[in-house]
Design a protein around this ligand. Structure first.
Ligand code: GLU
Length: 416
């Protein structure tokens, strides 16, 4: 679980890893490492029992050299300042990876949404949207969903923001419900982008025949990944998990039926016909593709040697530590990094922002078509860099992304 390593330290190491392959002055790299500004909020919220509870929340603006700050808002008990800073930096390099005109931002509230009622969540969400309202907007910073936030939360956010400002501004938030300006295809966009990336990586690795997959996490990213890899690519999903544990069924799970079971019982565990396993077991399963789709800090120096998958496709942000990266690479495991694999979410957020600004709407087909082209090109750009320098895919991705952020920073210059 999150918290063992300081996630922002990890980002700093990832940025540094690109340096030997870039002809860039070290002071310019220094200038793009840290968030430009971070807002900390203490939000008093009236709970259903009549008592006031104070929640700590953040919004980090990492970098806006390539465009406005962009990134989700996470609701989770383990949210910390360092985590939000790291997540905002990953957004900067993610948007640069896929070449969309954004910088990176991120928000988070330390709370446990599973223990809160809908009306408590609404009051907390509105308090947050009000608190950050002077810090954001269509051309400043555009929030979106992340872990345990969803289109309903975005609806409360945008409604609060628009009421405070006194005008309609749908592009101030993305990941909204479709009937108030959300985009077709945004719901499963993270997994869809991941699927295109995994498909390209599988072609490169020549994975054919029965391709087996284990997925850690069964939220928006994990469930849709299971469904799309199963339905569209014909892969066999042998294991999935959630925060309560995992399940294994070697001849394959039916993703929709597992979701039904999770809705009915509160977890994927005890799914009929499967064997219960732990989240740790899942990471060490014999399979072709391992998809971490939950939280940070899952594949570490303690278990990286035990990963038997041929490919690790990071749908979560930050699931693998730098020490683990080295071990996986040494063992010949092909890792497709988070800032590429999960960039489909923010890419379709960008489409939603564009559509909102233009006031016209694209079909699901148009959205997926544009997404596919961006994901396939980004994967191949990074693979080319990895081959050229004989380096792993994460380092190659940072070479590309850091160089793009550096170029934008240099052409703007430093002022005042
Ligand atoms: N939370 C998602 C991510 O980490 C999506 C961000 C967005 O759409 O702005 O990439």
């Amino acid at each position: 679980m999150a918290g063992k390593d300081n996630p922002f330290e990890i980002v700093l190491r990832q940025i540094e890893s690109a340096k030997p392959y870039l002809d860039v002055e070290p002071d310019i790299i220094e200038a793009i490492k840290y968030p430009k500004e971070v807002l900390t909020l203490h939000l008093p919220v009236k709970m259903d029992n009549g008592k006031v509870k104070v929640f700590t929340a953040y919004r980090s603006h990492h970098n806006n050299a390539r465009g406005p700050y962009k990134g989700g808002v996470r609701y989770h008990p383990n949210v910390t300042l360092e985590e939000v800073m790291a997540l905002s930096a990953w957004m900067t390099f993610k948007c640069a990876t896929v070449g969309i005109p954004y910088g990176g931002g991120k928000g988070g509230i330390a709370c446990n949404p599973k223990e809160m009622s809908q009306s408590e969540l609404e009051r907390l969400s509105r308090a947050y949207a009000l608190g950050i309202s002077r810090f954001m907007g269509t051309d400043i910073d555009i929030p979106a969903p992340d872990v345990y936030t969803n289109p309903q939360v975005m609806a409360w956010f945008v409604d609060t923001y628009e009421k405070v400002k006194g005008w309609s501004e749908p592009s101030a938030y993305t990941g909204k419900p479709i009937n108030i300006g959300g985009s077709e295809g945004r719901g499963d966009a993270t997994a869809k982008g991941g699927m295109y990336t995994i498909r390209e990586a599988a072609k490169y690795l020549k994975l054919t025949g029965k391709v087996t997959v284990a997925i850690q996490g069964y939220g928006n990213a994990g469930y849709f990944a299971a469904k799309l890899l199963h339905d569209e690519l014909g892969y066999t999903i042998i294991a999935v998990s959630d925060s309560k544990g995992g399940i294994l069924k070697k001849d394959g799970l039916d993703p929709d039926d597992v979701l039904k079971h999770k809705r009915e019982t509160g977890s994927v565990i005890n799914y009929p016909g499967s064997e219960n396993i732990t989240n740790e077991d899942l990471l060490e399963l014999e399979c072709d593709i391992l998809v971490p789709a939950a939280l940070e800090d899952q594949i570490t120096k303690d278990n990286a040697d035990k990963v038997k998958a041929k490919m690790v496709a990071e749908l979560a942000n930050g699931p693998t530590t730098p020490e683990a990266d080295k071990i996986l690479h040494k063992n010949g495991v092909f890792l497709v990094p988070d800032i590429l694999t999960n960039a489909g979410g923010v890419t379709v957020s960008y489409f939603e922002w564009v559509q909102g600004r233009m006031g016209l709407w694209w079909t699901e087909e148009e959205v997926y078509d544009r997404l596919e082209r961006i994901m396939v090109k980004s994967f191949n750009d990074i693979l080319e860099i990895a081959k050229r320098h004989d380096i792993d895919m994460r380092t190659a991705d940072y070479v590309l992304a850091v160089s793009r952020v550096v170029e934008a920073t240099k052409v703007r210059g430093f002022w005042p």
